[in-house]
Ligand binder design. Structure first.
Ligand SMILES: Nc1nc2c(c(=O)[nH]1)N[C@H]1C(S)=C(S)[C@@H](COP(=O)(O)O)O[C@H]1N2
Ligand SMILES: [Mo]
Length: 224
């Protein structure tokens, strides 16, 4: 397993913690954790700051009403699932991993992500054998897709914390996909639905505009 269990991480490693400016105070129930401190360094390596992201989402930051929110698993499954935010977090093991997000615009951020495995979230739905693709849907209407084998083989995470802090609204609260080794447009934010599909050629928002559907970081991001 290439992941560190969340519990062994928090128990065993020395993390350099810095107060996130403007975020001191007590946590409010059910809302953002205002007492959160941002992790600045992980296993001797410096992490990027939450402020180092560039916000360029298609419709700007989304405000998701977490009371009404459901994380749905749909498509080629035996039975559809709909998790509340609390259920999604309590029913699945958490993992942490430092991964760099690279945007095609030329900036990148190295972040310590904490999240759930997409496989753990979808498996209880009973995935039908013809499924080979996952189409992710988001609150702002954005979509993107990835091969089911990639999601499983690489232990791809759905993150709910970055650098130890609950995902802020502009970073994708409640969940952002950590699409390791893929260009930033695969890192879908504000994820609402995980759809199992048999269409490997499905094209999401930026893919329809001509960006590569593979989106492998070691290849050009334009198909033509
Ligand atoms: N729902 C949604 N997710 C999205 C986008 C978007 O517009 N909507 N933009 C993508 C792009 S192009 C990038 S580079 C990353 C950037 O993450 P950030 O906005 O947190 O910096 O989010 C990706 N996820
Ligand atoms: Mo991007």
């Amino acid at each position: 397993m290439q992941f560190r269990r969340f519990f062994s991480l928090t128990a065993g490693s020395t993390l350099l913690l810095t107060l996130l400016a403007g975020c001191a105070g007590s946590a409010s129930s059910g809302g953002r954790d205002l007492s959160a401190v941002q992790i600045k360094e992980y296993q001797g390596e410096r992490l990027s700051d939450l402020g180092d992201f560039h916000e360029n989402s298609i419709k700007g930051p989304q405000q998701v009403d977490i009371g009404a929110y459901r994380l749905k698993v749909t498509g080629l499954v035996e039975k559809q699932l709909a998790y509340t935010y609390a259920e999604a977090l309590s029913k699945h093991q958490s993992y942490t991993k430092p991964v760099t997000l690279d945007c095609v615009e030329g900036w990148s951020v190295k972040i310590l992500w904490e999240g759930l495995l997409v496989s753990d979230i979808i498996n209880p739905a009973g995935i039908l054998p013809e499924a080979n693709t996952i189409i992710f849907h988001a609150h702002d209407g954005y979509t993107t897709s990835l091969p089911l084998a990639y999601i499983r083989d690489k232990n791809i995470m759905l993150a709910y914390k970055i650098n130890g802090v609950e995902l802020p609204p502009e970073r994708g609260f409640p969940f952002q996909l950590v699409a390791e080794d893929k260009w930033g447009y695969k890192w879908i934010k504000w994820v609402t639905e995980i759809e199992l599909s048999d269409d490997p050629n499905y094209k999401g928002y930026w893919e329809r505009a001509g960006y590569s559907n593979d989106a492998d970081l070691d290849k050009p991001f334009f198909d033509r």
